[in-house]
Design a protein around this ligand. Sequence first.
Ligand SMILES: C[S@@+](CC[C@H](N)C(=O)[O-])C[C@H]1O[C@@H](n2cnc3c(N)ncnc32)[C@H](O)[C@@H]1O
Length: 241
Amino acid sequence: MVRVSGRRAGHRFDAKFGVVTEALLFLGELDPEAIGPSIAHATHYEPTPLGDLEALLAIVPFPIDATTFVDLGAGMGRALLLAARHPFSRIVGVEISPALCAIARDNLAAIDRASLRCGDVRIKLADARTYAFPRGALVVYLYNPFDATILRDVIDRLATRLDRIALIYHTPVERACIDAHPAFACVGETSAGAVYTSSRQNTANATSPSTMLAPHVASTPGQPNHSQPSPGNVDPKTAPT
Ligand SMILES: C[S@@+](CC[C@H](N)C(=O)[O-])C[C@H]1O[C@@H](n2cnc3c(N)ncnc32)[C@H](O)[C@@H]1O
């Protein structure tokens, strides 16, 4: 598979849609006071490489038209814009940095909404650790936004829900805590990341797991198969924020 990623592709994406998403920014140089203590657990801002989310969404084993897509750590909103090409009922970006939220909102204002299949896309300034998820079925997207301290809190809260939940984890540096969680099972992987569903979804789904698996390319936690700098190439515990 040809990987459509890299900075140049990102700049072309931005120019085509009149948005600003291609950047590499450390939160400590942006607005650390506004972010608060969670900055100690955060990675930097970097957008999802083009093409990666498409392949991961293809693994989600339930229809998405009555589903909310939530990007935890939405940054400038590239993943939201990519997800909005699909008929999700709603798309929410949760971002802890006010500066990045402002850029994401500008991007949503700039994009031609006619090019999107989801008409309800919004950005929420919030810490993923305490964010109250919307009701109903969810696809929760994580592009390695924070370390296991916050990830554990997030998945524990999701595990209590009765709704169908798919968790897409790009650059799954901290995947050990999801792999070990009794409420989640991995239903497929790409070279970029892994897709999990909650156990209720696993038992409710009649499809054999083998038919849901995408071509498997092993990705080692902490050593993602990325040819360009990515949040996975920076240890979230030691990375400058
Ligand atoms: C690697 S970027 C991903 C950006 C976006 N999801 C994308 O794929 O294009 C990670 C983002 O997570 C945000 N973040 C880190 N910790 C967070 C937290 N506790 N709550 C919300 N956002 C957080 C960072 O500010 C950064 O914008």
